[in-house]
Design a protein around this ligand. Structure first.
Ligand code: HEC
Length: 404
């Protein structure tokens, strides 16, 4: 997470939105894929059902209207004719159509393992149809079965041996298991198999195109939204931050930013400008009061020096300059402690004031010996007052030479 927190807002936004959108697109692509898959399956089942019905209708029609013809022409046996017609119908496609029965007459109509299982189910509990997508030789295929139920007309040839036509009796002797059906019993089923491999491959290819297309949309979206966010939020915020840093460095509070718009960024810029105005006003006030102080000490009768906690002289008046024998430029920046005979005492007093809030040397009049530029020592009376400026105390020492 620390690695993440160090990234820029833009990068964070890009990472988060990319992750969210990738998840969204993946979910959409997956649900699309599933929908296409179920549509394809539904189409295949519909086709298989139509073919099966076609076979059953053809066979029922022939069973009812053809009577003695099969005797001379076996191609007119209802099952044989219906299967041939169905084969011709599905020629050129890779559909496979059969009519199967558990008690088959033609060994070609012997059910495979899947068909046998479904036929047993049909025989025991009547169902309208059944289908399943299974692996056939390692390839996906839809297996569809529609049961065929015996009616009165079927029993001519599938009823008892004694009433069967001679050509049937010739082919299938008494006691053959293909006799003895009753009306309403399941004789067999139309079995259709539709290879799904090619169709699934097609939707797989569709999915790849989907992902590619979504990826492009995603890229464009992220580029556009990233640039909008950069332009409307990040750059203005960065700009304000840079100005704050520059002001902190230069102390120049006259700077103002152009406020475009009334939105949050506009408010931020407005607040920045207000802050600058306030600081500017405060600075002017401080400079004024400093000027006033300078003027005031200039007309005072005694030498006065103002110094910081470290002893550094920051303001002095003419009288003080004369006393120490230095110009203002020479005096400013020097340490007051160097001009005292016992500078370390004053230094200790300042430190004490700093830590304890009071000191015996501050606020009271004491006698001290100070040294001028030539090293001459002379006695003075000294009063030190403290004033607070920008949180760091300033000390003003008022000196009065004692003439002996
Ligand atoms: C005219 C006689 C005849 C009639 C009527 C007839 N069948 Fe058949 N059926 C046959 C013969 C013969 C075969 C075997 C055909 C072959 O050699 O492929 C057969 C085969 C079948 C098969 C394929 C399984 C197998 O035994 O080889 C099914 C299923 C079937 N008949 C169902 C029916 C149904 C249902 C009806 C009634 C709607 C019907 N048949 C009416 C003579 C008939």
């Amino acid at each position: 997470m620390t690695i993440f927190s160090r990234r820029s807002v833009n990068t964070k936004y890009n990472i988060i939105s990319t992750l969210l959108l990738v998840a969204l697109f993946m979910a959409l692509a997956y649900s699309n894929y599933r929908r296409e898959q179920s549509l394809i399956l539904k189409g295949a089942v519909d086709n298989a059902r139509i073919i099966s019905r076609q076979i059953i209708e053809t066979r029922d029609y022939l069973s009812k209207s053809v009577t003695s013809e099969p005797e001379h022409n076996e191609n007119l046996i209802p099952q044989v004719a219906a299967t041939r017609i169905a084969r011709q119908l599905t020629r050129g496609s890779n559909y496979y159509v059969r009519q199967v029965s558990l008690r088959y007459r033609n060994p070609d109509n012997r059910p495979d393992r899947f068909e046998a299982r479904e036929l047993t189910t049909f025989r025991d509990a009547k169902a309208a149809e059944t289908w399943q997508v299974t692996d056939v030789n390692g390839k996906k295929a839809l297996r569809y079965l529609l049961p065929m139920v015996a009616d009165e007309s079927c029993l001519t040839c599938h009823g008892s041996y004694d009433t069967a036509p001679a050509f049937v009796q010739r082919r299938f002797p008494r006691g053959h298991f293909s006799y003895g059906y009753k009306v309403g019993e399941v004789i067999g089923a139309v079995s259709v198999s539709v290879p799904m491999e090619g169709l699934y491959r097609q939707i797989g290819a569709n999915l790849r195109w989907d992902v590619l297309y979504d990826g492009l949309v995603l890229l464009v979206f992220i580029l556009i939204s990233g640039s909008i966010i950069r332009r409307t939020i990040l750059t203005p915020v960065k700009n304000v931050a840079a100005h704050i840093a520059a002001v902190a460095h230069s102390g120049n509070f006259t700077e103002r930013l152009v406020q475009r718009g009334e939105d949050e960024i506009g408010e931020l810029i407005g607040s920045f400008n207000e802050l600058m105005a306030e600081l500017d006003r405060k600075t002017v006030q401080r400079v004024e009061s400093e000027d006033r102080y300078r003027n005031f000490i200039e007309i005072a009768q005694s030498p006065i020096v103002t110094f910081m906690t470290d002893g550094k002289i920051i303001i002095s008046n003419q009288k003080a300059e004369k006393m120490f024998g230095l110009t203002k430029q020479e005096l400013l920046g020097q340490s007051i402690f160097d001009f005292m005979e016992h500078g370390e005492e004053l230094q200790r007093a300042v430190a004490e004031y700093f830590s304890a809030g009071s000191s015996n040397l501050i606020g009271t009049t004491t006698r001290q010996k100070v040294r001028d530029v030539c090293g001459r020592l002379f006695e003075v009376e000294m009063v030190i007052s403290v004033s607070q400026s920008d949180h760091s105390p300033m000390f003003s020492a008022i000196l009065r030479a004692i003439k002996e």
